[in-house]
Every structure is written in structure tokens, then in C-alpha cells.
Design a protein around this ligand. Structure first.
Ligand code: SF4
Ligand code: SF4
Length: 90
């Protein structure tokens, strides 16, 4: 699973940057299309939910999601790994 912030719902309050025990949410620096500075994710694969929720079949932390007032934080399924195709042209 992969942690994502919904750019359409986030209002840039930065509450998520205060609660993650791994400091995965960091204050952003660039305005998005709506004029909001959305936090950025620092190595989100460190999140316990990203790594282990599928294995255990349940949400392991989720404090950021519980804290977000706009339900902008979610986990999405990742595409299965596909090896890169290399095309060699002669
Ligand atoms: S679920 Fe927990 S560890 Fe993962 S990003 Fe949210 S607060 Fe951090
Ligand atoms: S808590 Fe939610 S609304 Fe606030 S900055 Fe984080 S993702 Fe955006």
C-alpha cells in the first residue's frame, strides 16, 4: 500500500506534520493549483501501514488519517511490480 495526500481535499493545516512518529509528513514549500501548500512525504515507505497493513490485514497506525480534519490522507493499492521492458534498436 502507498500513502497519499489528496491534493483536492488538503487545506495545508499541517496537523499531520505534528503527529507522525516517523516525521513522514514534512511542511511543503510550493503552492499547488489551488494556492495551498500541501505537505510532502518523506520516504513514506517507512510508514507502518505502507509496509505491513496488507500482511496483518488491518490498519497499524493511522494517527495521521485520524487527525486530518479533511479526510485527505489515504492509502492506495500499488500496482504489482512489473519489470522494466528494454527495447534495443539496431
Ligand atoms: S500511519 Fe502512522 S506512521 Fe504512517 S504516516 Fe500516518 S502517522 Fe505516520
Ligand atoms: S492534516 Fe490533512 S488537511 Fe491538514 S495538511 Fe495534513 S493532509 Fe492536509
Amino acid at each position: 500500500m502507498k500513502l497519499v495526500i489528496d491534493q483536492n481535499l488538503c487545506k495545508g493545516c499541517n496537523l499531520c506534520t505534528m503527529v507522525c512518529p516517523y516525521n513522514i509528513f514534512q511542511e511543503g514549500s510550493e503552492l499547488n493549483k489551488k494556492g495551498i501548500v500541501v505537505p510532502v512525504l518523506d520516504r513514506p515507505e517507512r510508514c507502518t501501514n505502507c509496509r505491513l497493513a496488507n500482511l496483518y490485514g488491518r490498519r497499524l497506525c493511522g494517527v495521521c488519517q485520524l487527525t486530518c480534519p479533511d479526510q485527505a490522507i489515504k492509502w492506495v493499492e500499488e500496482e504489482p511490480y512489473e519489470s522494466m521492458k528494454v527495447v534495443i534498436e539496431y
